[in-house]
Ligand binder design. Structure first.
Ligand code: 3AM
Length: 169
């Protein structure tokens, strides 16, 4: 069993913009290491090899449409105690992608959260304060999505990209 999730995986310059912003926050908590920054599309959790094969096969059929996110808000979510970058604007392609992934997971009997999709990049974990600073929005043009494994590494959580689907545009 692997602990899997679908995600948008940013290019280096987006990671750098996010990391620079995190540095300016001077917040309590634990900054997410730049290599781990991402947008979770759908958390699958513990997934069997059969389920993994099936979701991989089905995800390959989804058109990997390009999508643009404008991350222009900082949000503090009290319960998970995280500081996130959230997007006030994102396009239909992303909503459709999320919907397709939910359907694929459900077809394989994988229980997924029913909460509305809120694209976000977690910047700081174990945070306990709201930070209000002005910043330039992070504009992220994404041209694909990934299936990622979450592993417990020697230095904390490590994410390994298992599959990557990119648009041919
Ligand atoms: O993208 P973020 O950082 O919000 O919080 C975990 C992380 O989300 C989330 O999946 C992402 C990759 O680990 N996650 C972990 N356990 C979860 C669970 N049981 C979960 N999301 C939903 N249910």
């Amino acid at each position: 069993m692997k602990r899997l999730f679908f995600a948008l995986w940013p290019e280096l310059h987006i990671r750098q913009q996010c990391a620079t912003l995190t540095g300016k926050l001077n917040s309590s908590g634990k900054p997410v290491t730049p290599a781990n920054l991402h947008v979770t599309l759908l958390f699958l959790g513990r997934t069997s090899p059969e389920q993994q094969a099936a979701v991989t096969r089905e995800a390959s059929q989804i058109p990997a449409s390009p999508t643009t996110l404008k991350f222009d808000h900082l949000s503090f979510w009290k319960k998970p105690a995280v500081l996130c970058l959230t997007a006030s604007q994102f396009d239909q392609n992303l909503s459709k992608l999320h919907e397709n992934l939910v359907n694929i997971a459900k077809q394989q009997g994988i229980a997924v959260e029913d909460r509305p999709f809120t694209p976000h990049v977690t910047l700081v974990k174990k945070a306990y304060s709201v930070i209000d600073i002005g910043f330039s929005p992070v504009i992220w043009h994404s041209d694909g999505f990934c299936l990622v494994e979450s592993c417990a590494g020697a230095n904390g959580i490590e994410y390994r990209i298992i599959e990557r689907w990119t648009t041919t545009l």
